[in-house]
Design a protein around this ligand. Sequence first.
Ligand SMILES: [Zn+2]
Length: 212
Amino acid sequence: MKRPRVVSERKRAILERAPPPKERSRSHYWLKEERRREVEEAFAGTGPLPLYVSKTAEAKMRDHSISSGKQNLEALGLLLGDVFAHSAKPYTVVKDVATTDLQASGVSVSFDRNGFETLFDRLDEADFDYIIVGWYHSHPGYTCFMSPKDVGTQRRMFREEFHFAIVLDPMELQIEAFTLSGEKCVPAPFAVYWEEYENPYGPMKKLPLKPK
Ligand SMILES: [Zn+2]
């Protein structure tokens, strides 16, 4: 079985780069009021938020959680992206997600034993250099939190400061991001961002009228 060409986070220097601008970032509409306020406060401040999720990655996670939720199953996948720094503060960007065949039930989920090969193929299809910056999974109908098993996964597999866990509940329409603080998982404010060309509210070009 071939391994994906994941760029090791240890080999890569953290690049200094401005985070996605406020005009192209927004708090998630599934986010709790209290968390949404934190995001707005962070936007008003100077430093970057700890986490930015691309519109593409967000849509894929949401669709995956909804389609699995319809069968009362949990969804699970990996977050692919990069780590940058701005004003000496590190932040994580999720550019895409990848998933594979899952062993799922309504209350648990794990990657299928044969699923890793498919996953590695999908990781190789990603047309950018990425690192695995965390994972996402869903809790269909039982809200967003990190169960003791989830915390165990985070501690075992995603210990770095730039690692996040995103939990979605497609029934209650909730989303929450978590990161490790000591040995506990704590919620982290995050924003969804889009590229200039993806902006549905962007300026529209007037097409020249055809001469009659
Ligand atoms: Zn869970």
